[in-house]
Ligand binder design. Structure first.
Ligand code: FES
Length: 184
């Protein structure tokens, strides 16, 4: 066999081996990557620019739980800040200011026995259909039998987005201020 021919066969085998190595690396990477469904179950990304209507309860899902989102109008924010008979300091602490507005973002499950309350835009509060608990537009409980407000899930900002399921200093601050759950 001539030198040229041996060189050609060597290069050809080398090429096949390289293609095989790339293919197997690709296969390994696919195995390492989380399945899309696992990603979706662990994290939910909320693009807050999508929620344009004021005083409207948007419902999303995170780890199988309903997430309530309300974009508060400037009037709602002013009322929350000025009417100390009706709203507590934690109403403001629980607000997330993002995409140019104040938002409620919380787990929409009644903290009494787990029913899903309904938002009443005319009263700007949530009424639980099971035993009548009422939560204000910040998720604070204002009438029992529930004793604490809605839970706030862990979240992290990414521009105008919130990624639910990730911890952040902002979320830790809410925990320190006892704003993630509020006692009546
Ligand atoms: S489950 Fe909501 S008031 Fe009982």
């Amino acid at each position: 066999m001539g030198t040229d021919r041996r060189g050609f066969i060597g290069k050809a085998f080398g090429g096949v081996a390289a293609v095989g190595a790339v293919a197997s690396l690709y296969g390994m990477k696919r195995t390492w990557d989380m399945l899309p469904s696992v990603k979706a179950n662990g994290f939910t990304t909320l693009d807050m620019t999508k929620y344009t209507k004021y005083n409207h309860n948007y419902i999303e899902k995170w780890r199988g739980k309903p997430i309530f989102i309300i974009r508060k109008s400037p009037q709602m924010v002013a009322e929350m800040k000025s009417n100390s008979n009706k709203y507590k300091k934690q109403d403001q602490q629980r607000d997330i200011f993002i995409a140019g507005s104040h938002f409620l973002m919380c787990i929409g499950i009644c903290t009494h026995l787990g029913c899903i309350p309904n938002y009443q835009p005319e009263d700007q509060n949530y009424l639980c259909p099971c035993h009548g608990s009422i939560f204000d537009f910040s998720g604070m409980v204002t009438k029992g039998p529930a004793l604490i407000g809605y839970n706030i899930p862990p979240f992290k900002r990414d521009g105008n987005k919130l990624i639910l399921g990730l911890d952040s200093p902002e979320y830790q601050k809410l925990i320190r201020e006892h704003a993630t759950q509020n006692e009546m």
